[in-house]
Design a protein around this ligand. Structure first.
Ligand SMILES: [Zn+2]
Length: 146
């Protein structure tokens, strides 16, 4: 475990264990929304890619990814979360019902916060940890129709 100051949180992270988790075979969803997300991530802002790298999260493997259609600006709102083998030492948790500038941070088009990940939520979690909860407005980069 190592301590990591990240935006408004102090985390204790097990980057090795997080990386291992994402190395497992996970079935990737083949719907166009998920494919678009994965493809768009290859063109994400470097500061976001760096965040994922630092935490050991594989950005193409979010959990519970949902897409909410095209907004007026042509971007697509996605929400989802990523498992992280970590705990929160300082800072606030966010909840779907409590999502504010105090308990989230924004990097480019990516807004995120942390919630507790309980082992009962998903059967492949290696240890109690955190969910990196996010919402992001992403362009449609696939040639396939939306
Ligand atoms: Zn999908």
């Amino acid at each position: 475990m190592q301590k990591l100051q990240l935006e408004k949180w102090l985390l204790e992270v097990d980057v090795g264990r997080t990386r291992e988790y994402y190395k497992q075979d996970q079935e990737l969803c083949n719907c166009v929304d998920c494919k678009n997300y994965r493809e768009a991530f290859t063109q994400m802002d470097p500061q976001i890619t760096q965040l994922f790298n630092e935490l050991g999260i594989e950005p193409t493997k979010p959990d519970l990814l949902s897409e909410f259609g095209e907004a007026k600006d042509g971007l697509h709102l996605y929400i989802g979360h990523y498992y992280l083998a970590a705990s929160l030492i300082e800072g606030k948790y966010c909840l779907d019902s409590d999502w504010t500038s105090e308990n989230t941070a924004t990097l480019g088009n990516f807004t995120f916060g942390f919630a507790e990940a309980d082992l009962s939520e998903k059967d492949d979690l290696p240890m109690p940890g955190l969910w990196l909860e996010f919402e992001s407005k992403i362009p449609w980069v696939l040639h396939d129709p939306q």
